[in-house]
Ligand binder design. Structure first.
Ligand SMILES: NC(=O)c1ccc[n+]([C@@H]2O[C@H](COP(=O)([O-])OP(=O)(O)OC[C@H]3O[C@@H](n4cnc5c(N)ncnc54)[C@H](OP(=O)(O)O)[C@@H]3O)[C@@H](O)[C@H]2O)c1
Length: 242
């Protein structure tokens, strides 16, 4: 019989790495990222390291291989996925006039189209019976304006829109999106220090850490959330109230 895994994309950094560390105490994981070395560093922080698998895939450069690559990976490892957490994401903060079609495509491939391809694999006959939960990391900016973030926000808005429809289409599989505010990860650290410190100073509950998001993801995957589906939920220390 195939072995069940929780698939975490973006597991090599920030929120995904925090999810991996937390969930590794209770589940077998497939850690996914574009860079094997960073994934191995993340695996080193996990419990029960020998139980987990690494799937290296670049959702931009190798986008056309996501479907076949994941299908083959699951088959080769006699694995099925019961929980899927999509943390992979990237942003390019630029005024819209400076966006090229290539930038737009890259943001959408990593933040949205890869989810569609992965779900198409997980809904194939060999996996569909095993799949129970999908948690997609969206972003607060999908529902609040932010200069320079139009394309990123649109890609996360696409994630939210998909969640509402798939909650109906996929039930009893549960699907939810988490919309973090500004969280202290390498992604946030790539913004100017003054900018991020100013935001954290204004947030009612202050600076968010990757673990604050991972704790909520773990809740959504648990049976305690068994009546929650089709939701897009702010986890933001109150940033959305500003
Ligand atoms: N930090 C925040 O303030 C914040 C706020 C709202 C939403 N979010 C969302 O939260 C999620 C996690 O972000 P984070 O802050 O933890 O960012 P991060 O530290 O930069 O991590 C991003 C992750 O995405 C993966 N990734 C990026 N490009 C990829 C590609 N081409 N193919 C495959 N994987 C790729 C990276 O893997 P590799 O390094 O291996 O490429 C990395 O593991 C993202 O979806 C982000 O949009 C973050």
């Amino acid at each position: 019989m195939a072995t069940c895994y929780t698939l975490i994309t973006g597991a090599s950094s920030g929120i995904g790495a925090a999810c991996a560390k937390l969930l590794s105490t209770q589940s077998r994981l497939i850690l996914c990222g574009s860079n094997r070395e960073r994934l191995e560093q993340s695996l080193a922080q996990c419990a029960q390291q020998e139980k987990h698998l690494l799937w290296v895939c670049d959702f931009d450069a190798q986008f056309d291989e996501v479907f076949d690559g994941l299908s083959a990976f699951l088959k080769d490892n006699d694995a099925v996925v019961d929980n899927y957490v999509h943390c992979a994401g990237l942003t390019r903060i630029l005024p819209l006039k400076d966006f090229t079609p290539t930038y737009t495509k890259t943001v959408f491939q990593v933040n949205f189209f890869s989810i569609v391809e992965i779900l198409r694999v997980l809904l194939k006959r060999m996996n569909q019976k095993a799949l129970r939960n999908v948690v997609l990391i969206s972003a607060l900016v999908s529902q609040r304006g932010d200069r320079g973030n139009a394309i990123y926000a649109a890609s996360k808005g696409a994630v939210n829109g998909m969640v509402y429809s798939l909650a109906q289409e996929l039930a009893p599989i549960r699907i939810n999106a988490v919309m973090p505010g500004l969280v202290n990860t390498p992604m946030a650290q790539r913004t100017p220090e003054e900018f991020r410190e100013k935001i954290w100073a204004k947030i009612p509950l202050g600076k968010g850490e990757p673990e604050d998001i991972a704790n909520y993801v773990a809740f959504l995957l648990s049976d305690k959330a068994r009546w929650i589906t089709g939701q897009t939920i702010f986890v933001d220390g109150g940033q959305s109230t500003l």
